[in-house]
Design a protein around this ligand. Structure first.
Ligand code: UDP
Length: 322
């Protein structure tokens, strides 16, 4: 197949593109390289089955032509990371809303299969033990920039459902839960590469808040395997799937594990949220997926243990993340 990956030079997009090429598909990548990097495609850059287009999904004028000439689309281009979202809220909304609108319109017009990346952020401040796709969502008020990410992604999800109902769009939404792995950069705030980098440099690990907040970290290889399963999957049209692991750990626990596993002499420093992000910042306390839907659909479950993830992230950083 000839497969379009928007955001294909991003962290998840790069791993997905590599995998698609390895499977013998052709890949067309659109990326504006704002948070993505050609480094994420370095291993496949000379592969003739890869076409790279450096454009912005919001402003590009040839989206229709590109979509017409592919068999399916993975739409991963988005404003990424809580830190960036807080620092650049206008760009977040523009990219996630108008960019996605362009891609979806083209997919609907040309009747192309599309898988759209969303996020567990949409569960907002819900305090449920695990989050299911049909749950009500509890997003904070617009005074806090953070929630613009959840809200804009949620609008993307409504868009997919609307196109599915109105025009039978072959669309599926995936909600990623804390995806991590080699080549993810700590530059945009993501905690695992941050902690691993700090531990390797024997610097104190920066735990935000009191560290009791918890997350479930999923290896990007597991995430990509789920995406591959969705390529040819008509049962998933018009549906939403959580993609995440059950490696639940508190952020304090994560810091301790990273230090111990890497044999680092780092300590841990607590950083108040308003220093780390912005005044009044609201974090999600716990975030764990219910993954029954994707398991029933694809017989998929995350397989990598947290220790393996930390190992792979550290190995990536040590090798210069190539
Ligand atoms: N975090 C932290 N130190 C850091 C970066 C992040 O303690 O240097 C915390 C962050 O406040 C959140 C958790 O780690 O509670 C996960 O953050 P990340 O940005 O990786 O993902 P999120 O779950 O916020 O989307």
């Amino acid at each position: 197949m000839r497969i379009l990956v928007t955001g294909g030079a991003g962290f998840i997009g790069g791993h997905l593109t590599e995998r698609l090429l390895k499977m013998g598909h052709e890949a067309v990548v659109i990326d504006n390289l704002s948070t993505g990097s050609l480094n994420n495609l370095a291993r496949v850059q000379s592969n003739p089955a890869l076409e790279f287009i450096q454009e912005d999904i919001v402003t590009m004028t040839d989206m229709g032509d590109i979509v017409r000439n592919v068999d399916m689309i993975f739409h991963l281009a988005a404003a990424v990371g809580v830190e960036l979202v807080v620092n650049d809220p206008v760009r977040t909304i523009t990219t996630n809303v108008h960019g996605t609108e362009q891609v979806l319109k083209a997919a609907a017009e040309h009747d192309k299969r599309i898988v759209v990346a969303s996020t567990s952020e949409v569960y907002g401040k819900s305090t449920k033990k695990t989050f299911s796709e049909t749950d009500d969502l509890l997003i904070g008020c617009p005074n806090h920039s953070r929630w613009s990410y959840a809200c804009s992604k949620l609008l993307d999800e409504f868009y997919v459902m609307a196109f599915y109902r109105a025009q039978k769009l072959k669309g599926t939404v995936v909600r990623f839960f804390n995806t991590v792995g080699p080549r993810q950069t700590g530059q945009y705030g993501m905690v695992v590469p941050r902690f691993v980098e700090q531990a390797l440099n024997n610097e104190d690990l920066s735990v935000y808040g009191d560290g009791t907040q918890s997350r479930c970290f999923c290896h990007v290889f597991d995430t990509v395997r789920a995406l591959i399963g969705l390529i040819d999957c008509p049962e998933s049209y018009g549906k939403i799937y959580n993609i995440g692991s059950h490696n639940k750990i508190s952020i304090q626990g994560l810091a301790e594990l990273v230090i111990a596993q890497l044999g680092s002499s780092s300590g841990i420093k607590k950083v108040p949220y308003d220093q780390a992000y912005e005044a009044g910042f609201e974090d999600m306390l716990h975030r764990a997926p219910n993954t029954r839907a994707v398991r029933d659909l694809l017989n998929w479950k995350a397989e990598f243990a947290l220790e393996e993830i930390i190992h792979d992230v550290a190995a990536g950083i040590k090798s210069g993340n190539t």
